[in-house]
Design a protein around this ligand. Structure first.
Ligand code: MN
Length: 228
């Protein structure tokens, strides 16, 4: 019943579509979240990747891969890339950002914690199917001032996370320029830019709402399969 069908495009708020490519994610881009994780603020951005098939559209259901895990929400501003970028300047990085969305970096916190302790990769903890819910994309020219934009997340109507883009350690163009030093960014790629504090658990049947200012909201449900 809850078999997610991967979708390959994200809708934009002006009626267009955006073909989704690689999903780049940044860890610890807000000092208050680093503190709540008992982690240090890093010298360089922490980067991990989710496959395009991890994308979950607005109205979808986050499905835990198995019962018994600690499923966590991390609300994040998502930047949409519209140009090929390699070793980009800050200015070129800024120009290549064609839109913004709100997304949830859904995390199996117990699996991630085990991986951290053993020095192993985070792929299963972070990149499983439905781990990347993303709202419709707001075209960049419609967003007046990203730095003053508030975003947040509520579970069953109770606000759990609120953040301001201006509190980021690295700005969105800085992150995009940094990524382009290592990767060739392509039109359709998106960047999850890190979560503020307040991350917490999700349970079967939860209704989750995330928002990016007044521009766009994202509503998803949560399903945890029963133990066999
Ligand atoms: Mn995150």
């Amino acid at each position: 019943m809850y078999h997610p069908i991967p979708q390959s495009v994200i809708e934009t708020t002006d009626g267009g579509t955006f073909p989704i490519g690689t999903i780049y994610c940044i860890g610890r881009n807000y000092a208050d979240h680093a503190r709540e994780m008992n982690a240090t603020v890093p010298d360089e951005p922490i980067v991990f990747i989710k496959p395009p098939s991890a994308y979950l559209p607005d109205g979808g259901t986050i499905v835990a891969p198995a019962p018994g895990h600690t499923l966590h929400h991390e609300v994040e501003i998502v930047a949409a890339i519209g140009e090929r970028l390699h070793r980009a300047t800050l200015d070129d990085a800024r120009k290549a950002i064609v839109g913004y969305a709100v997304g949830i970096d859904v995390t199996l916190r117990d699996v991630q914690q085990r991986a951290k302790e053993r020095g192993l990769p985070w792929a299963t903890a972070k990149a499983f199917a439905t781990s990347a819910p993303i709202s419709r994309i707001v075209p960049a020219p419609m967003v007046e001032s990203l730095d003053r934009l508030a975003f947040g997340l509520a579970v069953n109507g109770v606000v759990r996370q609120t953040g301001f883009a201006g509190d980021m350690i690295w700005s969105v163009p800085e992150l995009v320029a940094y990524l382009s030093r290592w990767f060739i960014l392509q039109p359709g790629d998106v960047v999850f830019t890190g979560t503020p504090d307040g991350v917490g658990p999700l349970a079967d049947g939860d209704r989750v709402r995330a928002w990016l200012g007044e521009y766009v909201a994202l509503d998803v449900a949560v399903h945890v399969p029963p133990a066999r």
